[in-house]
Structures are given as C-alpha cells and as structure tokens.
Write a protein that binds this ligand. Sequence first.
Ligand SMILES: Nc1ncnc2c1ncn2[C@@H]1O[C@H](COP(=O)(O)OP(=O)(O)OP(=O)(O)O)[C@@H](O)[C@H]1O
Length: 234
Amino acid sequence: MNEMLRVDQLQKVFTMHQTGQKRIVGCDHISFSVRKGEFLGITGKSGAGKSTILKCLYRTYLPTGGHIFYASQQFGAIDLASADERKIIVIREKEISYVSQFLNIMPRVTALEFVMESLLELGETVSSAKKKAEEMLDHFIIPEMLWDTFPRTFSGGEKLRLNLARAMVRQSKLLLLDEPTASLDQASKETVRERINELKQNGTTMIGIFHDLDFMDSVVDHNYKLESGVLKEV
Ligand SMILES: Nc1ncnc2c1ncn2[C@@H]1O[C@H](COP(=O)(O)OP(=O)(O)OP(=O)(O)O)[C@@H](O)[C@H]1O
C-alpha cells in the first residue's frame, strides 16, 4: 500500500482565553490518507479550516483530537498528533518541509543563507549547499543582486518564492504547501510547477492548499474539498 500519511478524525479546537473560554473549531472529523509520491490538493472557502489541517500536520498547532500516522524514516510509524516535541523537531529538520504564505524572517540571515540552511540541516557541505541554493534561487527567479541581502524588504512574491526555494531545494519525504502560488505571476507559477514535478518524480509526497484551481488540477493526483467542515474527495 505504501501509505505515507493517514489522518484519522483530526480535530483542532481553539480555546480563546481572553473571551470567556470561547471555543472556535479550526477543523474536526478530518480523515484522509496519502500514499508515497502522491500529491493531494485541498480547496475550500476562506476560513474553512485548510491551513489549520496543514499546521496540525506540521505540528505548528497541537491537535486536540485524532491521529496523524506518518511513516517516518528516522522513527518508523509515528503519530504526529501526540509525538514528543524533540521527535517533531528532528522530523522537521530531516523529513517534512512546510511552505507558508508568510516568510519566517530570521534577523541578519541573507536570502542565500536562508536557502542554504535547509541543506546544511541535512548534513550537506557548505560548498554543495551554496551551489544548490544558488541554483534554486535562480530557478525561482530571485535576482542575483538580492541573494546577499536580508529578505525583510522583499516583495510579497519574492518572500513566497524564497520560502519555496528553501523548502524545495531539498528532497523532503513530505512537503506541505499552503497556497504556493498566491501572489505569483504566470512565469513564477511555471517555475513552481516544474519543481513540483521534479520532486514528485523523485518520490516526495505532497499536500497542498490551493485557491488557484487550474494550477491545482495540473499538479495533484487527488483533489479534496473542505466544505461545511467535511473533507471529501472531488
Ligand atoms: N490560532 C488560531 N486561534 C484561533 N482561531 C484560529 C486560529 N487559527 C485559525 N483559527 C480559526 O479557525 C478557522 C479556520 O481557519 P483556517 O486558517 O484554517 O482557514 P482556511 O481555510 O485556511 O482559510 P484561508 O483560505 O482564508 O486561509 C477560522 O475560523 C479561524 O478564525
């Protein structure tokens, strides 16, 4: 079967302590599975809970219910919903990458260093990491004059492309993409599509959230829609 990930009755409820313990349901009763090398796309209205699902998989959010069974290379079968934080940190360093729409800016880290870090974490040499990072920045059309500058001042599209370069420069086991084409022009979208196809050919499993349905249809194997809290294959 070669199952990479199986999500079973995932739930995330936010408790708002400032407003009398008010509860907001991010997602509930979410179940699906993905096989190795497959790309699963998720669409749905704004606020439906798509990013919450992805953040639970990456454990930015700690789920309040359910299981996320993941076939880890380091640890074997593991439930990401309850795994201890140290294992999650290792899995993030070595196996699972996440592209958000927003750049997590590190002070005094240049664009080139930001992408190189992703490879250095995997144990690559500095010279090999530098070469691959430069190729990836070039692939995502980030002008060379920006490579040694700090990304704080980058445009929205440049920040997203830099995030993509950092996550896609490595061959992750699982790649999570939160609207990877938002704010990108057609030429940049093409570079994302090319890299997705390369990663897929080499066995990376992917889960992506999309508002751009044409783009999604061109890259995914399965298309799920999150509607009224229910996730269904289309
Ligand atoms: N950290 C949080 N604290 C409280 N509520 C949250 C938090 N994160 C998300 N929510 C709520 O959970 C619900 C789902 O949000 P989520 O961001 O997952 O939606 P989405 O489908 O990704 O939307 P969009 O397409 O606009 O990005 C929303 O009602 C949102 O307000």
